[in-house]
Design a binder for this molecule. Structure first.
Ligand code: NAP
Length: 281
């Protein structure tokens, strides 16, 4: 593979655009070597202007044919159609990365009807501010060199973990969907502050920084969150009275169940997708 890559980003929406930012930051490709596609001409023009790259509405085949790395970031429902469109222009020496939630590598291999290095990545939305959490798995065609390249791209937009593909449903449930759970926590903390008479501005600033600061403390000290929580508690104090309330309403059990339910839902969606999708004629 050449040092600087030609890259096709098929579906330059929220995730696709964040990945273009990552590719440029990691210096994996020059802007002139990235070709992005979208559905609408308006979005193509927006992406082209933002990154100084070429972007077209449609043109997935041309983009895929000319590139060393194809990054698929369309919605899962559109994925089969796009793979069908490009499968006969895929060629030796290319890498395919799919961001599609619930789409197993087996399904992608079935749709492209060829053996090539395929990566499945599950990023989360904070990649747009380079604070993402991405888990990645691959098929057996992926070499260490491919893996290093893919890691470099995702590391530019946050933290990366490599996992076995069977863990991807749990990853989707924990970090893929996780920002939504944390937004609910922030929202509720703001509401609590408002209820107790804080202004919108003060409640919002304090709630967002509390979540950010607490997360950074876990990450930077490596101390288990249960120990950090204990350190905040004064016997007979304010915090333990709130924790009693959170335990009474089952906060931890609720979050554990949420991840369990979402994992099972992701598994069921993956199975259904595999059953519905026939190999190409
Ligand atoms: N968002 C998340 O938190 C998240 C997390 C993990 C994984 N993912 C995965 O990332 C993928 C993209 O999600 P997203 O949130 O970025 O969605 P999105 O913002 O809707 O982006 C999808 C993009 O695909 C384009 N598109 C639609 N049909 C196309 C076609 N036939 N050819 C080329 N481009 C086409 C759309 O173009 P227009 O803009 O012109 O309509 C849009 O720009 C999904 O597979 C999702 O499962 C998302």
């Amino acid at each position: 593979m050449p040092e600087k890559k030609r890259i096709a980003v098929l579906g330059a929406g929220n995730m696709g655009a964040a990945m273009i930012g990552g590719i440029l930051k990691a210096k994996v490709a020059e802007p002139g070597e990235i070709l992005a596609t979208t559905r609408s001409p308006e979005r193509a023009a927006e992406v082209a202007a933002r990154f100084g790259i070429r972007a077209t509405a449609g043109g997935n085949r041309e983009a895929a044919e000319q590139s060393d790395l194809v990054l698929l970031s369309v919605k899962p429902g559109v994925m089969a159609g796009v793979l069908e469109e490009i499968r006969d222009v895929l060629h030796e020496g290319q890498i395919l990365i799919s961001l599609a939630a619930v789409a197993p590598i087996r399904l992608i291999e079935r749709l492209i009807a060829r053996r090539m290095p395929v990566f499945r990545a599950m990023p989360n939305i904070p990649v747009v501010i380079e604070e993402g959490a991405t888990a990645i798995s691959s098929n057996s065609m992926a070499t260490l060199e491919h893996r290093a390249l893919v890691e470099r791209i995702f590391r530019a937009v946050g933290v990366v973990c490599f996992v076995d593909e069977e863990a991807m449903d749990a990853v989707t449930a924990l970090s893929g969907s996780g920002p939504a759970y944390v937004y609910m926590v922030i929202e509720a903390l703001i509401a609590g502050g408002l209820k107790m008479g804080l202004s919108h501005e003060v409640a919002t600033r304090l709630a967002e920084q509390t979540v950010l600061g607490a997360a950074r403390l876990v990450k930077e000290t490596g101390i288990h969150p249960a120990i950090l929580r204990d350190q905040v508690i004064t016997p007979g104090g304010v915090t333990i009275s709130a924790i009693h309330e959170l335990e009474r309403h089952g906060l931890r059990a609720m979050l554990i169940s949420a991840v369990e339910t979402a994992t099972n839902h992701s598994r069921a969606r993956s199975r259904a997708l595999l059953e519905q999708t026939r190999p190409p004629e």
